[in-house]
Design a protein around this ligand. Structure first.
Ligand code: NAP
Length: 218
C-alpha cells in the first residue's frame, strides 16, 4: 500500500520505518522537503521510502498517518491539502499537548471536544480514525516487547476505515482481540484526556515502555 506519514519526529520515523519493513511504499512529509530529518530517513530506509512536503506525502498516500505535534496538526493538515485527504483513511496519532506553560503539559482541547473531532470537522471528507496515541512510539510498533498482552483503543465514524487501521495494527503486532473499538470519533476525547494519566504512570513505572489492559468481570 502507498502510505503517507506526516511528521518527522520519533513517532513519524518509528511508524514510517515499520511500514517500510512491512513492504509498504512510504512517503514521509515535513514542512521542508529538503530538511535533514526527512531526507535522512528516506536515505536510510531504501526503495520503499521517500521524502516530501506534507502536500507531496498526502497526495501520494492511500492511507495518511498524522504524526505531527498536536497543537500544529490542523495547520500541517491544511498544508497537506483537503483534496489530498478526501476519501482517505486518516490515522490521527497526535495528542493536543501544549507545553507552552511548562510541565506537565496542558491539553489544548478537551472535555467536550478533541483534536480528532477538530480534524474531522476541518476535513469532513477524510475518514479519521484515532489510534496509537495512548502508547509510546516504541510500543506502537512492537507491542510484543511488553511482558504481557495489552489493549489499544481506536475510534472513528467510518467502520471500514477502522477495519483498515485494525489490519495495520495487527501487522504492527497488536492481536486482533486487543484492538478495542470505542465507537464514534467523540471517544477521542477520552483517548486524548488519558494523556495526563499516561504521563503520571510513566513517572510511576519509571519509563515510557508500558501499556494498560482492560480486565473484564468473569
Ligand atoms: N513521542 C511519543 O512516543 C508519542 C506517543 C503517542 C503520541 N504522540 C503524539 O504524536 C505526535 C508526534 O510526536 P513526536 O514526538 O514524534 O513529534 P513532535 O515533535 O510532537 O512533532 C513533530 C512534527 O510536527 C511538525 N510540526 C511542528 N510544528 C509545526 C508547525 N507549526 N506547523 C506544521 N507542522 C509542525 C514537525 O514538522 P517538520 O517536520 O516540518 O519539523 C514534525 O513533522 C504528537 O502529536 C505527539 O503528541 C507521541
Amino acid at each position: 500500500m502507498r502510505i503517507a506519514v506526516l511528521g518527522t519526529g520519533t513517532v513519524g520515523r518509528t511508524i514510517a520505518t515499520k511500514l517500510v519493513e512491512l513492504g509498504h511504499e512510504v512517503t514521509m512529509g515535513s514542512r521542508d522537503a529538503a530538511g535533514e530529518a526527512v531526507t535522512e530517513w528516506a536515505a536510510e530506509n531504501g526503495e520503499g521510502a521517500s521524502a516530501g512536503t506534507f502536500a507531496d506525502a498526502a497526495s501520494a498516500g492511500e492511507v495518511v498517518f498524522n504524526c505531527t505535534a498536536g497543537t500544529a496538526s490542523l495547520s500541517a493538515l491544511e498544508a497537506a491539502g483537503a483534496e489530498s485527504l478526501a476519501g482517505k483513511v486518516l490515522v490521527d496519532v497526535a495528542n493536543p499537548l501544549d507545553f507552552s506553560r511548562g510541565m506537565p503539559p496542558r491539553l489544548s482541547v478537551c472535555n467536550d471536544d478533541s483534536l480528532s473531532e477538530q480534524i474531522q470537522r476541518a476535513f469532513p471528507e477524510a475518514r479519521v480514525v484515532k489510534a496509537l496515541n495512548t502508547v509510546n512510539a516504541a510500543v506502537m510498533v512492537n507491542p510484543g516487547a511488553l511482558s504481557e498482552p495489552s489493549d489499544i483503543p481506536v475510534c472513528g465514524e467510518d467502520a471500514s476505515a477502522k477495519e483498515t487501521v485494525a489490519k495495520l495494527l495487527e501487522d504492527f503486532g497488536w492481536p486482533a482481540e486487543r484492538v478495542l473499538d470505542l465507537g464514534p470519533i467523540t471517544s477521542a476525547r477520552g483517548m486524548e484526556m488519558y494523556l495526563p494519566l499516561w504521563l503520571a504512570l510513566m513517572g510511576a513505572v519509571g519509563g515510557p515502555g508500558f501499556n494498560v489492559r482492560v480486565v473484564r468481570a468473569s
